[in-house]
Write a protein that binds this ligand. Sequence first.
Ligand code: SF4
Length: 490
Amino acid sequence: MTEKCGVVGVSLDGRDAARPLYYALYALQHRGQESAGIVTHDGFQQHSHVDMGLVGDVFDADDLETLNGSAGIGHVRYPTAGSVDSSCAQPFSVSFKSGSLGLSHNGNLVNADEIREELAAVGHAFTSDGDTEVIAHDLARNLLEEDLVRAVKHTMSRIHGSYALTISHDDTVLGVRDPQGNRPLCIGKLEDGYILASESAAIDTLDGELVRDVRPGELVVLDDDGAGFDSYQLVETENTAHCFFEHVYFARPDSIIDEQLVYEARRNLGRKLWEESGVETDVVMPVPDSGRAFASGYADAASETTADGELRADEDDGVEFAEGLMKNRYVGRTFIMPTQDERERAVRLKLNPIKSTIEGKTVTVIDDSIVRGTTSMQLVQLLKDCGAEEVHVRIGAPEIVAPCYMGIDMATREELIASDKSTAEIRDTIGADSLSYLSTDAVADVLGKERIDLCLGCVTGEYPYDIEGEETDRDVSRPELEGRTLHADD
Ligand code: SF4
């Protein structure tokens, strides 16, 4: 599974925005490593620097010097819609009759092709196959006839899918979250201005203060002088569709998303995992680093109650928490290994067990997800080779049974081990003595939401958007496009 894009926007009182944007992008690097970019505006013209690579490689001091202006937006990207090349790197920037626009998008539209076709038919020329350019063209067209707020509202009535956007329109910076709030976006206050960012960790990096999340369907317009912001609730929906995987996997543990510290949410998911499927073993250990918070919550709950839910007696120490697997941080991600054989080798390179914490013991190993099953299979084998008597696997999320259409590259249905195998079959495939996942109800409970207010598409196969050939869990449909008649030069 790969994270999908981080967005940021800042508006400051006189100070150049480039460096704060650069530091914020560093804080969001975990959300995308394919490309990085910054677009600023100095009141007269737009400046842009976008390239393939990590933030530290994309910008040098000279690049930052040329990005003038106290307002700007930034983006780190892992490819979702669109091809894997620089034409899809963001922010997307362009100048129209209606002014210059920069756009950073996290998410994925499900009706981008329909809108692109409609706009292309009236003369709009597209330079990429990404959905961000579709939003930019649509917005630019609306800005010919409407003020900024109406133009954004008009575009929101036409696009369908998942989006958290930061936008620069000349030197005005704005942020929008889709009506279901699928992707996170929050507002922060800086010493001399305001920031919009995918995660609050970016605000912390700039010594800022988290103000609040951007609400689903809300447009936030930052003041040009950094003094404040205006809010417009442009669309209201009955239910939200927050991506639960942000809390489980994508976001940094030190970020606060939808008013919850991600680390605490993961620990609480771990506690639930013990309540639902705890097993008494000698030792419990995380798969580093993804399973750490879950394992710590699981072990905490295990020290209080037995697997049967009884309070532990004073002399009963419960389950020992240990770091039994060491991670080599310099090995590439397993998913970029082209063959199955290489992928398997990479797991051995990536994790090294500490024999003394494993040998002769019954072990519970905790992770946040199983995608293809390859890693889990290798891991169980590794622990058994190391002398573990039993290996029990616990997962802090439900089974992933279906792909994500909202911007997360997780794998195709055929590649997902849980799409056609029962938990018992997966347990046998990975060679574990037992395997349990967390229930979707437990996830909703820990996140303090009704199930219908979460996107659970990849674990239920029912999505919160109208996706061709897929089921939906709510009353949604794609917007009817009104058919554009204006000429592109209008
Ligand atoms: S399908 Fe899964 S990963 Fe994608 S948005 Fe929904 S919950 Fe998140």
